[in-house]
Write a protein that binds this ligand. Structure first.
Ligand code: AMP
Length: 198
């Protein structure tokens, strides 16, 4: 099963992706996590991405597409994967389709977590508080100012993907404002209706 989780920052993509990993035994491919790992490791990609990420802007399609192309060839992706935070631009959407087509594969579904934009800023502030309370480092891009920029980037560059996948009849929406369990339930109900693929 090859799935895209779509939605603005703070919509709960990471949380739901993690649940899908546990239930379906396929990996979560979070480009945000991969880029943060590259920054931490001080690789060439990390060096190029750091300032852009700190500003809440999008890293170049070229960098992100290359990371994903490499990742999907890993053996743990053979049965499928959950794309979390990718694609984020129309160019990335075209790229992933081409990448999969080259390998004789295709996407099974795109699930949009539909959320109320106004609630997101509060959600992300809570995420920062909880992380701090747990004694863990807070993401630099979870500050209110940078978060606002990430939201702007989403509406400018990523939201057009909703129309793109809708037109391809691949888009399903779930209520991202419902409880975490309810959202998982809605996603599972959608997946249960899908033809089984590997
Ligand atoms: P995330 O953890 O998904 O919120 O991503 C954190 C940051 O990583 C984003 O604000 C971007 O700077 C960068 N990033 C993650 N995924 C992508 C992507 N698909 N395209 C461009 N930049 C990305």
């Amino acid at each position: 099963m090859r799935l895209i989780l779509l939605g603005p920052p703070g919509a709960g993509k990471g949380t739901q992706a993690q649940r899908l990993v546990d239930r379906h035994g396929i990996p979560q491919l979070s480009t945000g996590d991969m880029l943060r790992a590259a920054v931490k490791a001080g690789t060439e990609v990390g060096r190029r991405a750091k300032a852009v990420m700190d500003a809440g802007e999008l890293v170049s399609d070229e960098i992100v597409n290359a990371i994903v192309a490499e990742r999907i060839d890993q053996p743990d992706c053979a049965r499928g994967f959950i794309l979390d935070g990718y694609p984020r631009t129309l160019a990335q959407a075209d790229a992933v389709e081409a990448m999969l087509a080259e390998r004789g594969l295709k996407l099974d579904a795109v699930i949009e977590l539909v959320v109320d934009e106004k609630a997101l800023v509060g959600r992300i502030a809570r995420r920062a508080e909880e992380t701090k309370a747990a004694g863990q480092p807070v993401r630099k891009d979870d500050t209110p100012e940078v978060f606002e920029e990430r939201l702007r980037e989403y509406y400018k560059k990523t939201a057009p993907l909703i129309g793109y996948y809708y037109a391809k009849k691949m888009l399903s929406g779930v209520d991202g404002m419902a409880s975490i369990d309810e959202v998982t339930g809605q996603i599972e109900a959608l997946l249960a209706k899908m033809p089984a693929t590997v």
